[in-house]
Design a protein around this ligand. Structure first.
Ligand code: 5GP
Ligand code: MN
Length: 347
């Protein structure tokens, strides 16, 4: 089985995915790990949980494994209490990876996106399946469903279910999870990655009896007052705008985040305010952590921030939404960023 599939993967990205062979793989009970990227977002958790509920119904032993904690506003999804967080339960996570027959890699394109957990995934003997929409996927996976034009990994999971003839297993929990993934990665269906097909899939999910407003409210209407105050503070005190170059920058130190009782995911979406300023074509948000500074970069139109993140910020992502990290404190990172903007970018 493995050899047959391996043979069909020699052509790297040109591979025509062999669903028939995959169907054979899932005919007998398997131990399956579904993994996703560091700092899991709505698409990472939504696509993983959606797939999880299908595989459970098929009788497999399934665990969703994430490198680090996910934001509390995703906890409402059915099954998130079963998720194993590598950072907190390293021993059981390693054991699961070691003994897995099948490893799903969702919403990331290469193993360095999952931090330390990646080292263990690399050594796993499991049959590896990549489902993802990031540019330039690593071709070492044994089965690849990669479409950089897809709105979200959740949309690709739906496509995967369709190809596997598993759509009959759709239920309310799956519909809510996949809808959440699509909704968060499309900026609530507003980015151009939102196609007619995206809406057709959303319609099929709604047909399962879900309410879009429940998913939307669970994710966006659970702000703490401190979170809103942190955003207010960042916008009023920390945003700089270079109108000439069309760039806005916000940087928050660890101390500033702590002052507002920052929790994981608490600055999600902040970078989009910077991009909403008239005339701005690139917005950058820097968030200081213990030993690094994380960057979120967004752009409009043809400005390719995936390329910028790769070349200058040890990161990547999509053309209009990317991220990266610098091994520096915020102050140093801001100086480095300024040097890149003034001297390295052609804007
Ligand atoms: P965010 O700014 O929301 O953290 O991430 C935006 C996009 O950039 C996401 O698609 C995410 O996968 C990608 N991204 C964020 N951080 C990194 C990183 O450190 N490395 C890479 N390769 N991609 C990143
Ligand atoms: Mn995604």
């Amino acid at each position: 089985m493995r050899d047959k599939l391996n043979a069909s993967n020699r052509f790297g990205k040109k591979l025509t995915v062999k669903y028939d062979l995959l169907k054979e793989l899932f005919e007998s009970k398997k131990s399956i790990v579904i993994s996703t990227h560091r700092s899991p977002d709505g698409d990472a958790i939504g696509s993983s949980i959606g797939l999880y509920h299908v595989l459970i119904q098929l009788g497999h032993e399934v665990t969703v494994l994430v490198p680090d904690a996910f934001p509390h506003f995703l906890e409402w999804m059915d099954g998130t209490d079963e998720i194993i967080v590598f950072e907190n339960q390293e021993d059981s996570a390693k054991q699961l990876i070691k003994t897995a027959d099948v490893l799903f890699c969702l919403d990331y394109n290469r193993l360095d996106r999952v931090g330390e957990m990646g080292e263990f995934l690399k050594q796993a003997s499991a049959f590896s399946i990549l489902i993802d929409h990031h540019i330039d996927p690593d071709t070492s996976f044994e089965f690849i469903l990669s479409d950089t034009k897809a709105s979200s990994t959740a949309e690709l999971v739906y496509r995967f279910l369709s190809e596997m003839n598993w759509l009959g297993y759709l239920n309310l929990s799956i519909a809510e999870a996949l809808y959440a993934g699509i909704m968060t990665d499309t900026g609530s269906f507003k980015y151009n990655s939102t196609t007619a097909e995206t809406h057709r899939i959303a319609a099929k999910l709604i047909d399962q009896g879900m309410f879009p407003d429940k998913v939307h409210s669970a994710i966006f209407d659970t702000n703490s007052i401190q979170r809103l105050q942190l955003i207010g503070y960042a916008l009023s005190k920390k945003m700089t705008v270079d109108e000439g170059k069309g760039i806005s920058i916000i940087g928050l130190s660890l101390g500033e985040k702590n002052r507002f009782k920052y929790k994981k995911g608490g600055t999600e979406g902040l970078v989009n305010y910077g991009l909403s300023v008239k005339g701005i074509k690139m917005a950058i948000f820097l968030s200081e952590e213990l030993s690094i500074t994380k960057l979120s970069i967004r752009s409009k139109g043809d400005l390719d921030v995936n390329k910028i993140a790769r070349e200058h910020f040890n990161g990547g992502g999509h053309k209009n939404a990317a991220g990266g990290k610098l091994d520096m404190k915020l102050k140093e990172a801001l100086n480095y960023l300024n040097d890149v903007i003034q001297n390295k970018l052609d804007l």
